[in-house]
Design a binder for this molecule. Structure first.
Ligand SMILES: [Fe+2]
Length: 161
């Protein structure tokens, strides 16, 4: 007798669409099951500050890409390339910060809407601006981040000592 392929759903390789379930960890919490020397309240404080730094660094990264795309004028070529170089460097920082938060048992911010609600960097207009204004916005954004990491108790402040 000929064997036929089963249609049992347990053996079906088709993906199941539209699956939803509760979160496995809420934002703003740290996993207490991790074998880390740092106490939970310390990790909560660190991950909160790192998420602020993450939101600002994501915003700075995106400000570099916006500037890269929208730049115009006599200095176009050099500035276009320079903005993209800094975009790439900020992208690496974003990944390091986010994965550090996860390694501390926290939950990293990830989506643009959540970043927009959290960042302290001023939102630029959607339209294009002149190069001096682009540069000024980028400097201001860097200053927001520098001020934050120099606060006493900031996760990065020990790197200065
Ligand atoms: Fe490009």
């Amino acid at each position: 007798m000929e064997k036929r392929a089963t249609t049992n759903s347990n053996n079906n390789a088709q993906p199941r669409f539209h699956q939803r379930a509760g979160e496995i960890q809420a934002y703003g919490t740290v996993n207490h099951a991790l074998p880390l020397d740092l106490e939970e309240p310390v990790r909560l404080e660190m991950t909160e500050q790192l998420n602020q730094l993450l939101a600002d660094t994501v915003t700075l990264r995106d400000l570099y890409k916006k500037s890269h795309w929208q730049v115009a004028g006599a200095t176009f070529y050099q500035v276009h390339l320079l903005f993209d170089k800094h975009y790439s460097e900020q992208s690496e920082l974003v990944d390091s910060i986010a994965e550090r938060i996860q390694a501390l048992g926290g939950v990293s911010l990830a989506m643009a809407a959540d970043v927009a609600e959290t960042t302290q960097i001023e939102r630029p207009p959607r339209g294009r601006e002149e190069v001096p204004v682009q540069l000024s916005r980028l400097i201001d954004a860097h200053q927001v981040i520098i001020r934050q990491v120099r606060l006493p108790g900031a996760p990065c402040s020990s790197a200065r000592r």
